[in-house]
Design a protein around this ligand. Structure first.
Ligand code: PMP
Length: 388
């Protein structure tokens, strides 16, 4: 039995997505910018996908800028909005727990002379709103904040930060990569000027995503070309774009997303409660904070993550020690470090992320099979600690 509990890293493509993409690969391969019949047919498919995407995300079709995924969307938003800002606005504010690639971008900007500040988080992973208010002033060009953290699942106060940014006249970029598909989302209501998303996080294909850019907001393009109304050049990835639209449609609208969120939260709670009953050394980070329904970030005493992941592997359970891009390293998670977690605890971090393919049977299997493997290790670790 193979069980996949790493949905925050990526998700399996939905059958409807694969089917929609196959039909584009075989029948709609022309360039959507070509003037001939097949090109115009591809252009119509692009328009239909854009309309479906806009409907699902609560934005206008012109507000969708297709990209290769959230990493590119994040770069386009941050570099593009900074370059378009008034000269007196030279500061950028990021949360201290952004995705690893995004924090790298922030540090690169700082090295290039932009004044960059980071909003701290509390011990439970929630954003320090008081610090945010102190940092977001009239000299700020851009605030960049994730909607939900990829490791802890903690939800960030987007509406409150949007109000702060608006009062200061700053632009707000939101990285909603982990949020979209897991909780109901509406671009028009979210208060952000720009929002990043990646299709493979909600059962779409990899290598395609979008930046939703509020109509009327100016941004300097980072890849030049006439596609996407000059905002992102390059021949459109039509199979990916059609696949992303199919992935959004199969979420079932607000009601479908909300129902799935409720199902996953119940499974996640059953998993955490069952593990805690069997293994009292269990610690769950951000358990009391508002968080994504399917994300559980935990440690078993101080058992190193690789030991736990090895036992999970034996059980054919796929999980990770944190973000896929940084797991496998021996450094403690920067997210946990920002929360004030000491390195020996952070190096024990294991992330279980549930998704649409997760079943009650998966959870029951894990609850029956994992504690017997970890219990002797935890007992041994406790005895060693007493002897020392
Ligand atoms: N932001 C967040 C919060 C993410 O979790 C990820 C993917 N792990 C990204 C950005 C980057 O997405 P992609 O790799 O699809 O560009």
């Amino acid at each position: 039995m193979a069980i996949y509990l790493d949905h925050n890293a990526t998700t399996p493509p939905a059958p409807a997505v694969v089917e929609a993409m196959m039909s584009v690969f075989s029948g709609l391969w022309a360039n959507a910018s070509s003037q001939h019949g097949p090109g115009q047919e591809a252009k119509r498919a692009l328009g239909a996908a854009r309309a479906a995407t806009a409907r699902a995300l609560g934005c206008k079709p012109v507000e969708v800028v297709y990209t290769s995924g959230a990493t590119e969307s994040n770069h386009l938003a941050v570099r593009g909005l900074l370059a378009a800002a008034a000269p007196m606005r030279r500061r950028a504010v990021f949360s201290s727990v952004e995705h690893a690639g995004h924090l790298k971008l922030a540090r690169t900007l700082a090295e290039g002379g932009v004044s960059v500040d980071f909003i701290p988080v509390h011990g439970d992973g929630t954003l320090d709103l008081g610090a945010a208010a102190a940092l977001i002033g009239p000299d700020v060009a851009l605030v960049s904040l994730m909607a939900a953290n990829n490791e802890t699942g903690v939800l960030m106060p987007v509406a409150e930060v949007a109000a702060l940014a608006q009062a200061a006249g700053a632009r707000l970029h939101v990285d909603a990569t982990q949020f979209i598909g897991k909780l109901p989302f509406d671009f028009a209501a979210c208060g952000a000027d720009a929002v990043s998303l990646s299709a493979h996080k909600f059962q779409g294909p990899k290598g395609v995503g979008a930046l939703l850019l509020r109509q009327g907001v100016c941004l300097a393009p980072q890849t030049l070309g006439s596609q996407e109304r000059n905002r992102r050049g390059g021949t459109e990835n039509l199979p990916g774009i059609v696949g992303m639209a199919a992935a959004l449609e199969q979420l079932g609208g607000t009601a479908g997303v909300a129902a799935e969120a409720e199902r996953l939260a119940a499974l996640r709670d059953a998993l955490e409660q069952g593990l805690a009953r069997a293994l009292p050394a269990l610690h769950v980070w951000a358990q009391g904070a508002p968080r994504l329904p399917g994300t559980s970030y935990l440690r078993f005493g101080r058992l190193p993550a690789e030991v736990v992941l090895n036992r999970l592997e034996r059980l054919s359970v796929a999980a990770s020690s944190g973000a896929a891009c940084s797991s496998g390293g021996s450094e403690p998670s920067p997210v946990l470090t920002a929360m004030g977690v000491p390195p020996d605890e952070a190096l024990a971090a294991v992330r279980l992320s549930l998704g649409r393919t997760t079943t009650r049977e998966d959870v029951d299997y894990l609850l029956a099979a994992l504690p017997p493997l970890l219990e002797p290790l935890l007992r041994q670790a406790a005895e060693t600690a007493v002897a020392a």
